[in-house]
Design a protein. Sequence first.
Length: 439
Amino acid sequence: MMKFLGLLAILSGAVACTGTNIGGGGGVFSGYDTGVVADIAPVDVADTQAATSPDAADAFDAGKVVDAILDVVAPVDVQVGPPQICGNLNGPTVPGCCQCAAGKTCAPNGCYAGWYCNTQSCKCQVAPDPATCGSPILDAGPTDTGAPGTDAIASETSGVQSIGPTGGTLASLDFAIVGDTRPPNKDDLNGYPTAVITQIFQDVQAENPPLPFIMTTGDYQFSSPNSNAATAQFDLYLQAQANYTGMVWHSMGNHECTGAVISNCGTGNQDGTPQTYQIFMQKLMAPLGLSKPWYVLNFKAADGSWTAKFVVIAANAWSSEQATWLENAMSKPTTYTFVVRHEGVMVTTAPGVSPSAAIIAKYPFTLLLVGHTHTFDYYASDREVITGNGGAPLATGVNYGYTVIRQRADKALVINALDYQTHASIQKFAVKPDGTPTK
């Protein structure tokens, strides 16, 4: 019996060395699934007493007991969470191209707080949904410092947050809106509102609870359409965006075409593909794996209590193809539907505003998120939220800022427009999932 107790002590010591509680049922012990230990039948008291009697001690075969235990604690393939390599995402233990932020202790992949390194963008992001592994997982934004910042809090506290280029799973439907960031004059690189948009992205990054993504409403530059001047302005925008470490999805504005509200870009359209359009597609759409400036994002609640879609329209790249796509996207029912378009309902000279409005009106939607007018405003009758105060010359007395939308426990959404300098609320209101105002 002393041999048996000694062997149990050895096994206990081995478990202690791994830092795993063998009774916990969820750890990994030297490649063995310790959770099955709970399946070992309890020792019968009579058998125990017999085994501990002097006559039985010599007959007790401790080796058989150990063999029996090892038969139960058999080697298995254990996968907890996503794999360490998921498409083009490298997990914490796999070296990556992300750069560790100053003052942080990072994993070999260059990120901290359990985040994964996107080896295409060299940008850290939340751990992926295991179901997405097997194909490249793209990320928005330029190379950053590898710091997840406060977004890690959301991932750790919810344990369920997973976002990819087409949407994802969220603990709560919370996000920000940023819109219209351009200089006052064409090709005016020195007048680019770098300080304003940098502060806005820093403000969104500092929001608590953290916001997992941003939707933008267009107009990121003001350049001659057939020159390469837009490149430098887009780069300034992306440098500012690097201050925020969540996902960012962009919509197309008229300045991503020729700059004229009536302009209509894209292959086969009247204004074709000027440099401003091509650079927009290259800088802001391609990193998301998008080949067209219109797309849809789908989100769902971790607990299955709601679904949401973001239908992003390009009114300055309107075509019959986009109209067919919009009809199909709007027809799919979700708890929340957000339509994102640069121009608001009153800007009917934009090629896609009136035809898209006719399609939208046939289906339920929560809010129309637009920019173009350089201010913040809300029109309840149209369910329209204007966020166009992201750095472009202001049209009203409203200061620069951004809009935050957060989901309440009753599924209503609280919309809060914030001043980027004082963080004071410009306007705050709530709507139900169908867009009707509520307290």
